[in-house]
Design a protein around this ligand. Structure first.
Ligand code: 2P0
Length: 331
């Protein structure tokens, strides 16, 4: 088995020359065709390719400072995190892949501007920003595709957050995973809007990593997932190419519900929805029946992400009070 450490080491110079400090930003992303299932859990290599849209200015800013006090320290939104917290340990374990035994103590300042109430994962933008900041701090000058593959090893979906706009995460075939990274699509869609519906906040009982594993191991229904994802990717490329919003929305919604179907068919069952999630879905379906071009997608949690176009924003905001709206292709 190839380890993360081996993959990163193969791309690093013999000697590291750190700057005093470095800073980078990466956006959060929402998948229209989901990543669900790993073929390699060490490297976070996916069973299927996925496609996302990055959330412009919403994401994570990470600053790395070469520590003069000689010890690693981690801050999240201005608050120092305990050295033995899960957050600090996960983050510093990733930094260690790059330091590879060199004595390079660092202070890591992580700032998320993602509305915490919106139930958006910050691990994707977090590992993407950290990877970009490490590239700057250590003067690595690595190509975006390599950095994307590295970010993937922190959290799978982070490889898509290296890029703006529509991004495809290639599944790849290599054992070292270096062909499994994000690729930016040329297309732009200025009218596209994403609405973040807050159904519930708080830690989820089963995280994505454990959820995927359980689904693969126990749900026969999972066997149909790679076929669904492949067909949906083709449809999404067509929708983006032709700017066919109905096709985009329908494909994204069906893809998300198909993913959730595999979770529900797992044992013990994995149902991320609450009654409020279902009520919001039914509201979308009702509005659609009335002629509104409104669709949703959902990740491993109870919150809905609405998909619509700029011309319908007022109507959507009227139906969903407190909606946070993102324009992914705004200048
Ligand atoms: C996605 N999700 O494509 C899918 C849809 C959740 C549901 O990517 O184990 O945090 O770190 O690779 O990237 C969330 O999974 O999982 C995710 P790991 P990650 O957005």
């Amino acid at each position: 088995m190839i380890t993360k450490q081996q993959v990163v080491q193969a791309h690093l110079p013999a000697t590291l020359t750190p700057r005093d400090e470095a800073e980078a930003f990466a956006p959060s992303n929402i998948a229209l065709c989901k990543y669900w299932g790993k073929r390699d859990a060490e490297l976070n290599l996916p069973i299927n390719a996925s496609l996302s849209v990055s959330l412009a200015h919403l994401g994570t800013r990470t600053r790395l400072v070469h520590a003069t006090d000689g010890r690693d320290r981690v801050w999240l939104n201005g608050a120092e995190q305990a050295a033995d917290s899960a957050f600090s340990q996960k983050l510093l374990a990733f930094v260690d892949l790059f330091r590879a035994g060199h004595a390079l103590p660092v202070h890591v300042h992580t700032q998320n501007n993602i509305p915490t109430a919106a139930g958006l994962a910050s691990s994707a933008s977090g590992f993407a920003a950290l990877t970009l900041a490490l590239n700057e701090w250590l003067n690595l000058e690595l190509a975006p595709a390599v950095l994307s593959a590295f970010a993937r090893m922190g959290s799978g979906s982070a490889c898509r957050s290296l890029f703006e706009g529509f991004v495809q995460w290639e599944d790849g075939i290599r054992d070292d995973g270096m062909d499994s990274h994000g690729v930016r699509l040329e297309a732009s869609w200025p009218e596209l809007r994403i609405g973040l519906v807050k159904v519930a906040t708080g830690e989820k009982a089963v995280d994505s990593r454990a959820g995927m594993k359980r689904t693969i191991e126990t749900a026969h229904l999972y066997q149909s997932w790679p076929l669904q994802a492949a067909a949906d990717l083709t449809r999404l490329h067509q929708a983006i190419g032709e700017k066919d919003f109905a096709l985009l929305g329908q494909t994204a919604e069906q893809n998300a519900l198909s993913m959730h179907a595999t979770m529900i068919a797992s044992w013990p069952p994995l149902l991320y929805w609450t009654p409020d999630s279902v009520a919001a879905m039914q509201q979308v379906w009702q509005l659609r029946e009335q002629g509104l071009a409104l669709y949703f997608t959902m990740d491993a949690g109870p919150n809905l992400k609405l998909l619509f176009e700029a011309g319908d924003q007022a109507q959507v905001e009227q139906a969903f009070a407190g909606l946070e709206v993102v324009a992914p292709f705004s200048a």
